[in-house]
Design a protein around this ligand. Structure first.
Ligand code: HEM
Length: 445
């Protein structure tokens, strides 16, 4: 298990944070961001940083299930905005592909060779099973899935609970502090370090890399994208080193060791192995982190719901589902049509990309009554699509739910009430939906 005693800081670079680099670039040159001329082009990040995306998606949902955007910095694409259309598309993975060969799972397209040559860049891609179709996807997912079953995770419950409790006990009282930095980042990186036996002193690198990897806006600003590629190469080098060290050791209970020593993984080439490692570590990072911040922000916005939680801890499991629905920490995934098809009255051509806006599906009034309100007693909160749907549904969902449940249980045990008491800053991105800063103060209930 991760050696928590070694608190020496990492010797790898952890600066600048992706959000700060983007801010600085935009301050130096406000024209650096390409414009989004169409009113329903929700790939623009200002609507998320200013938290005003809700009425735009509501307007789109009222007008139909999907809408074509012709002119966007990310190229033409379909915005899929209703709950039923997203479920329908994800249930047809052959027709609507996740494969990196078609463009993968984010709104950003793959560069072709001519574009790479023009930029003077070498191709750098890490294949991951989230961006693969069947049958390859099935085999690779099966190698890691056993680590995430309820019985496999039961062994982690105690360690996560103990760490969560210690962290909550160490928080300042009577003073304003940043929940994102002190709690959300600490708990998620700590959990991942335990799961992968990742070097404890380096755990903040996981946040640094995950932020650079998940930021599609950065890729639109040329100099920043060069920097992003350099940072992702450093990440790959780090994991390669870790992999070599682990391969030469006795098999252990951690996920890296489990992957190295599983027979199915022997068939993977080193790039694929690395890609899947990065997927697990990055995939589990900003998602859980932003939900931990989202819970606190939502409870503060809906104090009646916080009161219900305080009065009745048996509501915690449902509260976790509802908070994940309400936050939806990954705003979208992408699919690409492999053939022409009719979709809810629209003709989608082969090769066109479809952006599945989970953020919108989770506010779809035809499924969730009063969808813009947090309601921890909501009977169908579990129907949210924040983890996706179908064969690619999040493999780490149970682990994320467990961590969030433990956080709420341990807060409840300590009668801890957390108020927003200062700055609230959101991430400038269209993929990761979350908070960069959330200043709070703790009292008791
Ligand atoms: C896939 C969300 C936590 C690992 C996904 C997908 C989403 C998602 C939307 C894609 C689903 C699709 O394409 O249909 C979330 C959210 C989380 C979370 C909202 C937390 C609240 C985690 C954790 C891990 C993880 C903790 C692992 C440590 C993965 C992996 C995949 C995935 C490996 C790929 C699954 C596949 O393609 O078969 N997640 N995730 N996620 N997630 Fe998560």
């Amino acid at each position: 298990m991760a050696t928590q005693a070694a608190e020496k800081p990492t010797t790898w670079r952890t600066e600048p944070r992706a959000v700060d680099a983007l801010d600085a670039a935009l301050k130096a040159n406000p024209q650096a961001m390409p414009v989004h001329p169409e009113k329903w082009d929700v790939s623009r990040s200002d609507i998320y940083v200013e938290d005003r995306w809700q009425p735009i998606f509501a307007e789109m949902r009222a007008a139909g299930d999907l809408h074509k955007i012709e002119n966007s910095p990310y190229g033409p694409h379909w915005n899929v905005v209703s709950h039923k259309a997203i479920q329908h598309i994800e249930a047809l993975p052959e027709l609507y592909s996740s494969s990196w060969e078609y463009g993968g799972i984010t709104i950003l397209d793959r560069m072709d060779d001519a574009q790479l040559e023009e930029l003077g860049r070498e191709r750098f891609e890490l294949p991951m099973f989230i961006a693969m179709d069947r049958p390859k996807h099935t085999g690779q997912r099966r190698t890691v899935a056993p680590k995430f079953t309820p019985s496999a995770m039961a062994g982690m419950d105690d360690e996560i609970r103990q760490r969560t409790g210690e962290l909550l006990d160490s928080l300042p009282r009577g003073e304003v502090f940043d929940w994102v930095d002190k709690v959300s980042i600490e708990l998620t990186t700590g959990m991942l370090a335990i799961l992968f036996d990742f070097p404890w002193k380096d755990r903040r690198l996981l946040t640094f890399w995950s932020d650079w990897a998940g930021d599609t806006e950065i890729a639109l600003v040329r100099e920043l994208d060069d920097q992003r590629m350099d940072i992702l190469r450093e990440m790959a080098a780090y994991f390669q080193q870790l992999w070599i060290e682990r391969a030469n050791k006795e098999p252990g209970p951690d996920l890296i060791s489990m992957m190295i020593h599983s027979p199915a993984m022997n068939q993977m080439d080193p790039q694929e192995f690395m890609g899947n490692l990065v997927l697990l570590i990055v995939g589990g990072n900003d998602t859980t982190r932003n939900t931990m911040s989202g819970i606190i922000h939502a409870f503060d916005k809906f104090p009646d719901q916080r009161k219900l939680f305080e009065e009745d801890p048996s509501l915690i499991p449902n509260a976790v589902q509802e908070c994940i629905r309400y936050q939806t920490p990954l705003a979208h995934m992408r699919r690409t049509a492999t053939e022409d098809s009719e979709l809810f009255g629209q003709t989608v051509k082969a090769g066109e990309k479809l952006i599945l806006w989970y953020l919108s599906a989770n506010r779809d009034e035809t499924v969730f009554e009063n969808a813009d309100k947090l309601d921890i007693t909501r009977e169908n909160a579990r129907r949210h699509l924040a983890f996706g749907y179908g064969i690619h549904r999040c493999v780490g969902a149970r682990l994320a739910e467990m961590q969030l449940r433990i956080l709420l249980e341990e807060m409840h045990k300590r009668r801890m009430r957390v108020h927003v008491a200062g700055d609230v800053e959101r991430v400038r991105a269209n993929f990761v939906h979350g908070f960069r800063k959330l200043e709070v103060e703790i009292t008791e209930f």
